[in-house]
Design a protein around this ligand. Sequence first.
Ligand SMILES: [Zn+2]
Length: 212
Amino acid sequence: MIKESLLKPADVAYQETVLAGDYWMKVVKAGQTIRIVDSEGNQAADTLFYSAANPAERYSAVDTIREQGNVYLTTGTTLMTNEGNPMLEIVADTCGRHDTLGGACATESNQVRYDLGKKHMHACRDSWLLAVTENPEFGMSKRDITHNINFFMNVPITADGGLSFADGISAPGKYVELKARMDVIVLISNCPQLNNPCNAYNPTPVDVLVWN
Ligand SMILES: [Zn+2]
């Protein structure tokens, strides 16, 4: 559901531009609101969420889908943890649909889906692994890379139950906004994907804004 935010850019507490192929890993405190902006359109922000108090408690696609009875995420969706606790709520969304079934790009899937020669191209899973390695204070490793959300990605389910990677429905400046219900480690990989036509083979920056 399309819903615009009432938050004002002038009141923002934090703002950063994340280039395609880079990651962003920070704690968003309970009560804060994070906005991810698809600055130039049809980008994918592959995002993981963990409880800052205990990173073993983390975003669960399965629990989120079951609780809301819908496979697509948008305004009103409460992101649930693997322990059944509400983690964040999507409070504004000008894109209208986000995927949590397709998973993130990886060197292995790029190789299978596109070409053997794509094996060594940078993928979102590489960015996540780099993030947990470069930020040891969170105490995470490869084994903590789990379910993610692909913000701004359009992955419709076909009539026979398959997944299709469709052209994006996002556009320049569209955003999604989430209000934290607990202290959350947010790990965004701004997708470096050069093989999927959904971004017109042109990965672009996303902006991250946080309000207190
Ligand atoms: Zn990716």
